[in-house]
Design a protein around this ligand. Structure first.
Ligand code: C5P
Length: 249
């Protein structure tokens, strides 16, 4: 049962939190490629090494939703990174249809009303609903520019607490926040961290980054890695090196 430092009522019906059994179950590769053909190639390149893929905006709008169904029906875990946010009814109806796709994880922005609507719509299903707290590409100034009066860390913690009480299955945050988030949400909720960069690799637009070993030590249940694997000359070797580093932590 998740716990919190503060004395707050816990949700009765937590969205399913995945319990990864092996390191392989904990590495999620972002299929951030422009075409279905390239996504299929990436999955072929990584066959036997990677068993969990994330499909986001780019691929979703190029046939990625059917590909997500196909992967899921073949037994591969799929994280649909749709970062939903809308009025309650629209969120609920969207989630009801996403449940039918058979994917394992789905993201929503961590707004309390949207989270509650999604949790109610996913109740009884296997779908793990993840709350996106603050995007890892955002730093303090970006958060201020977006109109919030909190610094990113405080906002992440506040939203994690709200996600816990909405009954979400997990949190998406930067690995730098993972240990503090873990203290809030307890041992059972997923803590999924993008912004992972092996030492010496290019950060791209990510601002709050950590290495794979640091992310595991910080309490991440799952690591999301895109460009360091998808952009590598040898994808299998890049994924294996990250898995080895995760295991060493
Ligand atoms: O290429 P890279 O490893 O930076 O990819 C990270 C992936 O995680 C991207 O698909 C991005 O959309 C996603 N993501 C993120 N920050 C979040 C949530 C998702 O970077 N807070």
């Amino acid at each position: 049962m998740p716990h919190t430092d503060r004395n707050l009522a816990l949700p009765l019906d937590q969205s399913r939190a995945l319990s990864p059994a092996t390191m392989r179950d904990r590495l999620i590769v972002g299929l951030d490629v422009p075409t279905l053909k390239q996504a299929e190639q990436a999955v072929r390149d990584l066959e036997g090494v990677v068993s969990f893929y994330k499909i986001g905006y780019q691929l979703a709008f190029a046939g990625g939703l059917d590909f997500a169904r196909e992967l899921a029906s073949g037994g591969t875990s799929v994280f649909l990174d749709m970062k939903l946010l809308d009025i309650d009814n629209t969120v609920a109806k969207g989630v009801e249809n996403i449940v039918r796709m058979g994917v394992s994880m789905l993201t929503l922005h961590a707004y309390p009303k949207a989270m509650k609507a999604a949790v109610a719509a996913a109740r009884g299903s296997e779908l793990c609903l993840l709350a996106v707290t603050v995007l890892t590409s955002m730093d303090e100034q970006d958060v201020i520019d977006a109109g919030y009066e909190y610094d990113p860390h405080t906002l992440v913690l506040r939203r994690s607490e709200q996600a816990l009480h909405a009954g979400m299955g997990g949190i998406v945050c930067s690995a730098g926040e993972a240990s503090a988030v873990r203290r809030i949400v307890g041992p059972d909720m997923a803590v999924v961290t993008p912004g992972i960069r092996p030492a010496g690799s290019d950060h791209g637009d990510q601002k709050r980054v950590m290495t794979p070993a640091e992310a595991i030590r910080a309490g991440s249940s799952h690591l999301v890695v895109g460009r360091p694997i998808i952009g590598a000359a040898d994808r299998r070797a890049a994924a294996q090196a990250i898995l080895d580093e995760m295991a060493s932590a």
